[in-house]
Every structure is written in structure tokens, then in C-alpha cells.
Write a protein that binds this ligand. Structure first.
Ligand SMILES: Nc1ncnc2c1ncn2[C@@H]1O[C@H](COP(=O)(O)OP(=O)(O)O)[C@@H](O)[C@H]1O
Ligand SMILES: [Mg+2]
Length: 383
């Protein structure tokens, strides 16, 4: 499984560069073709196909534990409550959905959209296993996993966990199927019905969140999936919240007139980034790698912000570039960008406070919003 993870992580990374170019240029075409609705439709089709591809690479990255997680403090009861509505609307009506939530539940520190999508994925699996109807029961509870538990599950550190479980009354799984369920692309469903990426994504997400996942299943009786996430200790202070939806929308429309140094080795991605930034009003200076960027900086170019890829050939990666660029220009606002992140994000997969991170593939609106945030962060600090 480790090898498959490595491989799929690598593929996903390369695909994210390609998808940035496909989705991005389709979006630019879409804008340019406003007067030709027929042609505009073609651009829209290209874009939505690209986005489906991006969803697949996201799942692959999730499996290989290389997606960027943005953890925050979560009350899992609240999360299950709000997800219940969505699950209810998504799942067939001949399936009863119940929930049983533990009062006084500890909080966890995890990526909320990922956890939501995990619950939705598990619910859809349960639905698929109950072609004649049945029920799904979602529960939450506090759990102490002790040394005894560790004896059976050596990889699980003892401690306080919040457990979210999802039980169905479906077909269940044979021992043979159970052995393979976490492998990416493993599916027992017909072509077009299953991708085999659902459980592998959930598994990768839970592992990357320092949690633990178990499946209990009996053929003919049903299945229980349990997610354990480490409970927050009171000393853990949650990081700054991501901006609310309104602020995000405002940001997505934001433009700018600053000078931006763009560093990206992939020619197509670079061209796309430059086009986006120029149409947003920025002035762009481009470099193909860290070395060229540093040479430009040493030569005295005027810039207000740096937008750089993480993984680049030529011996200087994004992190080192930031360090050295900031030695030349203290406090330089930085927007960092990558198709994946974990290997570059430091030990805990968390970003330093003063760096804004953008995932590939990104759209023009994403770039507009994240760059504005990176540039404004310095202004907030100065005054
Ligand atoms: N709740 C469930 N009940 C029975 N079988 C399940 C359940 N969840 C998953 N499976 C089995 O595990 C396989 C892999 O699941 P998943 O990774 O979500 O991929 P997919 O749903 O696309 O097939 C499914 O094809 C199915 O055989
Ligand atoms: Mg599935």
C-alpha cells in the first residue's frame, strides 16, 4: 500500500500541473467567448471535465496523505448534525438515517471539509450496499484508547479520541473484500459506478489527521466504519479561522496593481499564471526557477510580492527561495503553490503563519483571492 501511495501521489502531482493549465485556460477562453455562447459552451465542457479530473487527483492525494489539510477546532456533533441534512438529501428515501450523538463530546482538530466528505462517502457506500433499502446509523462518542487497545493495534497511540461511527444494515463484505478495501481503485462495483477511491481517501485523510479507522463487517448483516480522531487538549489553541464565505467571495473578485515575481518551472503553468495576474491588473516579472528569481532580486528589481511553486528543479525549492528572498527583502509577502504539500510543509503539515498556500489546480479566482490575502497580510502586520 505504501508503494501505491507513493506512485499515486507522484501521478497526482504531475496531473495537477496539467489540470491547472486545462482548467485555467478553459476559464480564460470562457471569459473571452462571452459574445459566442455556442463556443463558450465548449469551453465550459472542457473546464468541468478538468474539474472532474481534479477531484480524482484530490482523492489520490488524500490516499497518499499528501493533501494540504487545514485543520481547525471541530465539534463533531455539530458537524454530523449539519451533514445529516446533506446526507438525507443525497441518499435514497428507502433508507432510514438515524443519529445518536454523545452529549459532552470532546472537540477535535481536523480539516472540516475533508471530514464532511468522508462521512458523505461512507453514506454513499452504505447506500450502495442496501439496494433494497435499510438504515444508516451515525453515532459520536468519546473514547479512551488504552494500552490494551494498543496491544491489538500497535500503530495507535493510547489517548483520548472522538469516535464517529457509521453503521448500515447492508450486504456487508467478505473477508477477501475487506482485505483490499483501502487500496485505491479497488472496487466491486460495475464500471462507471465505482472508482474505488472512496475508502482509500477516507483512510488517507484519517491517517494524516493522526487518527485511526476500523471496519467491522459481516456478509449479509451489515458494516460499521469507525473513525477515531485525537481529541483536542485544552492547551491546543486553534489557529486563525479561514475567512468566512463572504470574505472569500470578496477576495475572489479582488484585483491589484502590485509588482509580482512569479516563479514556476512548468512553462504552461507559468504562462497561465502570468495571463491571470496581468488580466487582474498586476505587473508580472517571471522566473523559471529559484536561481533566476534570486538573480533578479539581487539585481534590484522592485517587487511587492512573490508567487512561487514549491517543487522546482535547479536545486532551490520554494521554501529555500522564500528564505533567501526574505533575507534580501525582509517581510516580503509570499504566496506558495503546489500540487501537493506534505513533504514540504514541515513536521506537522502546518504552514508558518506568514505564508499563504494555494493548491494546484487553481482557477483565476482562486489565485486572485489568495494573492490578495498574501499581500494584505503584510499590511495588517504593519499597522
Ligand atoms: N458499507 C459497505 N458495505 C459493503 N461493502 C462496502 C461498503 N463500503 C465499501 N464497500 C466495499 O468496498 C469497495 C471499495 O469502496 P470504495 O473505496 O468506497 O470504492 P467504490 O465505492 O467506488 O467501489 C466497494 O466496491 C465495496 O465492495
Ligand atoms: Mg465508495
Amino acid at each position: 500500500m505504501e508503494a501505491v501511495g507513493q506512485l499515486s501521489g507522484g501521478i497526482a502531482h504531475d496531473f495537477n500541473n496539467l489540470l491547472t493549465v486545462i482548467i485555467g485556460n478553459a476559464e480564460l477562453l470562457n471569459e473571452a467567448l462571452r459574445a459566442w455562447p455556442d463556443l463558450q459552451k465548449l469551453a465550459t465542457t472542457v473546464r468541468s471535465a478538468g474539474e472532474r479530473g481534479a477531484e480524482l487527483t484530490r482523492r489520490l492525494l488524500a490516499f497518499s496523505r499528501r493533501q494540504t489539510l487545514i485543520p481547525k477546532e471541530i465539534d463533531c456533533n455539530q458537524l454530523v448534525d449539519s451533514m445529516w441534512q446533506i446526507v438525507r438529501r443525497t441518499i435514497r428515501e428507502d433508507i432510514d438515517i438515524k443519529k445518536d450523538l454523545d452529549a459532552g463530546l470532546w472537540r477535535v482538530y481536523a480539516d472540516q471539509p475533508q471530514l464532511e466528505s468522508a462521512l458523505l462517502n461512507l453514506s454513499i457506500n452504505s447506500q450502495d450496499a442496501m439496494p433494497g433499502g435499510g438504515s444508516i446509523n451515525i453515532t459520536t462518542s468519546n473514547m479512551m484508547l488504552d494500552e490494551q487497545y494498543r496491544d491489538q493495534n500497535p500503530e495507535v497511540p493510547p489517548g483520548r479520541y472522538v469516535m464517529i461511527s457509521l453503521t448500515d444494515t447492508g450486504e456487508g463484505m467478505s473477508a477477501e473484500v475487506l482485505q483490499h478495501v483501502f487500496e485505491p481503485f479497488y472496487t466491486t462495483k460495475d464500471v462507471g459506478k465505482g472508482t474505488g477511491l472512496g475508502l482509500s481517501m477516507v483512510y488517507g485523510f484519517v491517517k494524516q489527521s493522526n487518527g485511526h479507522l476500523t471496519i467491522y463487517s459481516e456478509p449479509g448483516l451489515g458494516t460499521t466504519v469507525r473513525i477515531y480522531l485525537p481529541a483536542m487538549t485544552s492547551s491546543e489553541s486553534p489557529q486563525e479561522d479561514s475567512p468566512n464565505a463572504q470574505a472569500r467571495e470578496d477576495y475572489a473578485r479582488s484585483t491589484g496593481a502590485e509588482n509580482i515575481l512569479v516563479v514556476e518551472d512548468d512553462m504552461f503553468v507559468r504562462t497561465y499564471a502570468i495571463t491571470c495576474l496581468e488580466t487582474l491588473g498586476y505587473r508580472v516579472i517571471a522566473a523559471v526557477d529559484g536561481r533566476e528569481a534570486l538573480a533578479l532580486l539581487a539585481g534590484g528589481i522592485e517587487i511587492d510580492g512573490l508567487f512561487t511553486d514549491v517543487v522546482m528543479p535547479g536545486g532551490i525549492n520554494g521554501w529555500e527561495l522564500i528564505d533567501r528572498a526574505r533575507r534580501l527583502r525582509p517581510g516580503l509577502p509570499v504566496l506558495l503553490c503546489s500540487g501537493y504539500a506534505i513533504e514540504t510543509l514541515g513536521a506537522h503539515g502546518r504552514l508558518p503563519d506568514d505564508v499563504v498556500f494555494l493548491n494546484k489546480p487553481y482557477t483565476k479566482a482562486d489565485l486572485a483571492g489568495y494573492l490578495r490575502r498574501a499581500l494584505d497580510r503584510r499590511i495588517m502586520k504593519q499597522y
